[in-house]
Design a protein around this ligand. Structure first.
Ligand code: GRF
Length: 205
């Protein structure tokens, strides 16, 4: 069974959804640690309540390079047996760009959720970007993390229809509901070894 490490920076609602689904839907993966780059991340408390070990690798004031910071993250992941061979790392609202070194070491072992239909609206404030652009549909995407920004092979997407009177808040809320559904599904597929990557495409068996 794979060991799972979840990286967060804040609210942790996707983390919560993954942890609860592992338990309730019997996803065959072993969550060993939740790591935050912020001491005050609300998600840390939720993880503790759910009985998962937590660690903080403070990024504020960290003076080394991005790769140096990620080395610290990797050493915590290793401490909790989340290794490139038998681990999966979920970025769940982790507000940092991952270094190429980390991506290379954990090749196809890091996944992320993005609140838009990639490749549209990468980066920050995707829901706001979607409204501003005037698209009629947006949604969310779970994807493997590669060296680019929100560019790795796509695992699952969910579509959300945009309403005429949507605000950033109302749209974000409906997208989040779908995020909570598809992120655990993606974890389940990986846990059951049902995903093969072929170029940019993922093939789900
Ligand atoms: C989510 O909208 C996710 O798509 C984005 O950051 C937000 C994190 O929310 N990457 P939460 O911390 O999981 O509640």
């Amino acid at each position: 069974m794979l060991n799972l490490g979840i990286l967060i920076s804040g609210r942790g609602s996707n983390m919560e959804s993954i942890l609860k689904s592992i338990k309730n839907k019997k996803i065959p993966i072993n969550p060993t640690v939740v790591i935050s780059n912020k001491t005050d991340a609300v998600g840390l408390k939720i993880a503790e309540r759910l009985g998962i070990k937590t660690e903080v690798v403070e990024s504020k004031g960290f003076e080394g390079s991005r790769a140096d910071y990620d080395k610290k993250i990797i050493s915590v992941l290793r401490k909790y047996r989340v290794t490139p061979n038998n681990g999966l790392v979920c970025l769940a609202g982790f507000m940092r760009i991952i270094s190429p070194e980390f991506v290379k070491k954990y090749k196809n072992r890091i996944i992320n959720i993005h609140p838009a239909l990639l490749p549209s609206f990468t980066g920050l404030d995707s829901q706001k970007q979607a409204l501003k652009y005037g698209v009629k549909y947006s949604g969310c995407t779970v994807h493997f993390v590669d060296a680019g920004m929100d560019t790795g092979p796509i695992i699952i997407q969910a579509v959300v229809k945009i309403k005429e009177n949507d605000t950033e808040e109302s749209l974000s809320k409906r997208i989040l509901k779908e995020e909570h559904r598809i992120y655990p599904e993606a974890v389940d597929l990986i846990a059951r070894n049902k995903i093969k990557i072929s170029g940019r495409r993922t093939i789900i068996s």
